[in-house]
Design a protein around this ligand. Sequence first.
Ligand code: MF3
Ligand code: CO
Length: 225
Amino acid sequence: MKAVGAMVAPGRTTNELNDVAHQMIVDAGAVPSFLDYRGYPKSICLSVNEEVVHGIPSDRVLVEGDVVGVDIGVYFQGFHIDAAWTFPVGAVSKDVAMLLRVTEEALVAGIAQAVVGKKVGDISAAVEAVANRHRLGVVRELIGHGVGASLHEEPAVPNYGTKGKGPALKAGMTICIEPMFNLGTYKVKTMPDDWTIVASDRKPSAHFEHTVAITESGPVILNAE
Ligand code: MF3
Ligand code: CO
């Protein structure tokens, strides 16, 4: 993620970012989780501007003012981790900078609720509250999830919900918390490539995700040093 983030600049193609990530994952003796997942054709997802998630790397050239969501899954020694970060390409507008800051803030707020004895709804409500404060659209059709031997496991971890509701959080659970917020409408649609999800009004979108372990001593971000 760090290497890809460092490469993000005007003039880069999304294929170049994909290829570097692929090589680093393979060189580490791991497998890109997304490659061939339900027929997905590339190793990571790169979603530009109004693309919310699941953008397919291509010859598209990034330009100043774009944002690119980088979503990376790695399978290593029997387990997956899944993480996403949205990077600005050069200078971005004030609104877009706010979108990135607030979506990251929501991820942090959600992780703070990933505590033994709380419920999934506590995470969901905390994430949603951050979006609401800034009048951002909370994507509903895509959600966080449990992760482990499979990329997607129980429980579902929506970015909206009610405090105190949903499955109990227990020590040993590993979940992906992944707010997806839009500058405009929360509504999304799928592009004709059958993968790329875009904001219906084509306004910019952001996605931040960590894989989090719930432990007796609090949340642990597994995709961090
Ligand atoms: N990171 C995505 C998620 O959390 C998975 C992308 S699946 C792919 O569900 F097939 F698009 F790669
Ligand atoms: Co995920």
